[in-house]
Design a protein around this ligand. Structure first.
Ligand code: HAM
Length: 427
């Protein structure tokens, strides 16, 4: 019979990769908690109109990439392509603003975009996202960017670049849009087909084209920086100054336009040189109009999201995750011994040890080989002879020293065992 395979663009995350995922999740949640960000969990699917209104109908995400379907009552539903719109919906729906002050939120989870799959680009992918809702202070832009940089640094990732731009406010962008259309129109036939299409729909996105000829033409296009009004310019300068004060290196990239329409003012991306074409590990910016657009009151906000798969690729390349090793690998043979091993393993786990119990019932030799492979700190050995007198052997894998205890004694000396394991860990 034909084997059913995972859907193209989706991936199983297998147990050997999980330590990398846990490492990213633990570090991010610790760093965010220290800055008083709280986790929020929103549904994976939402009404389609949330994304159409929130992200913008002219974007590729909404126009070409959404997983949209009708449910059994013929309502249009979409698997979330990103997390910000859902968080903002929840913020409005639950009046989170009434709690006072700003809302500092973060989330993790699967997102869905119908893109052409390749290394670092999937149809189901995962993000960790951060949203700071309720202030337009330049310090809030920098708080989030600095947290993103902190997380990447704590993960030990190197060769990262921070690109920064401002896309101004609505008025700045409308003036700039006109200038871009005027500039690109004479070159229309030389642009790649996507960019030709964007010329009327979303001309800013032409600046983001990967096509060599379009890129060449875009080099001399007017820069958004020259179209920023006084307030937008002031905001942008303050953000740059604060980043410099924090010694966060950054480069102004006037071609940086994000793929979602809700951005205003600051936009940023963090890129890695080690990821090939899918090089952005984190992207975000300010979105002062989104809460209003989705039915709330005028509320400024700033946020960003990390692409988990890309972070994991980098960690794997740099060999950063540790294998999880058990404290004890438990081998046993014979009916009585196996029954006792099951009970003793449970008791040791309740005392806080990690214990891998060999369930094979195979010859001791084979079980010892598996004990070696597990890289446990010690091997617990229970044969029929030990079982008869309620004893247990402990073999320390590093020193090869073997000791025999009564089973009750083993539990009594748990502090001593823990100390020995900790010493082995340090070696
Ligand atoms: P985004 O730039 O569309 O922004 O996605 C953020 C990150 O998610 C990207 O930089 C990338 O690392 C990862 N990513 C995006 N698409 C894929 C894919 N198909 N496969 C693998 N990874 C992918 C947002 O989603 C905004 N919601 C970020 C934000 C939060 N802005 C303000 N608040």
């Amino acid at each position: 019979m034909a084997i059913i395979q995972a859907i193209r663009g989706t991936k199983d995350i297998l147990p050997q990769e999980i330590p990398y995922w846990q490492q990213v999740e633990t570090i991010a949640s610790q760093i965010l908690a220290r800055a008083m960000y709280q986790e929020i969990r929103c549904p994976i699917f939402e009404q389609t109109s949330l994304f159409e209104r929130g992200i913008g109908e002219a974007t590729d995400v909404v126009g070409k990439e959404m997983y949209t379907f009708c449910d059994r009552k013929d309502r249009s539903i979409t698997l979330r392509p990103e997390g910000t719109a859902g968080v903002v919906r929840a913020y409005i729906e639950h009046s989170l603003y009434s709690l006072g002050g700003v809302q500092r939120l973060w989330y993790k989870g699967a997102m869905f975009r119908y893109e052409r799959p390749q290394e670092g680009r999937q149809r189901q992918f995962h993000q960790i996202g951060v949203e700071l809702i309720g202030t337009d202070a330049p310090r809030s832009d920098v708080e989030v960017i600095a947290l993103a940089v902190d997380i990447l640094q704590a993960l030990g990732l190197k060769s990262l670049r921070l690109d920064l731009n401002s896309v101004g406010n609505k008025e700045d962008r409308s003036n700039y849009r006109e200038a871009l259309v005027n500039y690109f129109t004479p070159y229309k036939l030389d642009l790649d087909p996507d960019s030709q299409d964007r010329l009327t729909r979303n001309p800013l996105r032409i600046l983001d084209s990967k096509d060599a000829k379009t890129k060449e033409i875009a080099k001399n296009a007017p820069s958004i920086i020259n179209y920023l009004g006084v307030n937008s310019r002031k905001h942008f300068e303050q953000v740059q100054q604060l980043l410099t004060d924090l010694k966060i290196e950054h480069k102004i990239n006037p071609c940086l336009v994000r793929g979602l329409d809700y951005y205003t003012h600051t936009a940023f991306e963090i890129q890695s040189d080690d990821l090939g074409s899918q090089s952005t590990v984190c992207g975000g910016g300010r979105y002062d109009g989104l809460v209003r657009e989705l039915g709330g009151t005028e509320t400024p906000a700033f946020g960003c999201a990390f692409g988990m798969e890309r972070l994991i690729l980098l960690l794997q390349q740099q060999g950063k995750a540790q294998k999880t090793k058990p404290d004890f690998y438990f081998v046993s043979k014979g009916e009585k011994a196996e029954a006792q091993a099951l009970i003793l393993a449970q008791k040791l786990r309740n005392l806080g040890f990690t214990v891998e119990l060999d369930l094979s019932g195979s010859a001791f030799g084979k079980q010892f080989k598996r004990a070696d492979r597990s890289e446990a700190y010690a091997c617990l050995i229970l044969g029929e002879e030990e079982a008869l007198i309620n004893n247990i052997n402990v073999k320390w894998m590093l020193s090869k020293k073997q000791e025999t205890f009564s089973q009750s004694k083993l539990l009594e000396i748990s502090d001593q065992l823990r100390q020995q394991i900790n010493e082995s860990k340090q070696n």
